[in-house]
Write a protein of this length. Structure first.
Length: 110
């Protein structure tokens, strides 16, 4: 059965496009898509960026709905924040963009 999701509104579309408009964030999504869920420290090592910088990128991706996170305790009692790619698909067409633009609440300054 096909799942009927509501159409993406203008603000959601901007958040998604903004989140993906960065090479680090593209690499993060790619790493999680290829390797499954991972915790912050290991993901930072795998991608080759600092944990503070990774946290900023993860936050942006999670806010856009492209990643999910879950805090878990390791066997030795450490709290580890695991991230994984959320299932998403965005088909960009001129018609989809036109429809999404109608619902924008973010206004450009003139």
């Amino acid at each position: 059965m096909k799942e009927n999701k509501p159409p993406i509104d203008g603000d959601q579309l901007l958040a998604i496009l903004s989140a993906l408009a960065n090479p680090h964030r593209l690499r993060i999504v790619a790493a999680l898509a290829a390797g499954g869920r991972n915790y912050v420290s290991q993901l930072a090592r795998d991608i080759g960026i600092s944990r503070p910088l990774l946290h900023l990128h993860l936050q942006k991706l999670e806010q856009a709905g492209l990643l999910t996170s879950r805090l878990e305790l390791s066997h030795d009692g450490k709290a580890l924040n695991y991230f994984e790619a959320a299932g998403f698909a965005v088909a960009l067409t001129p018609e989809m963009i036109a429809e999404a633009a109608k619902s924008l609440t973010i206004h450009l300054e003139k």
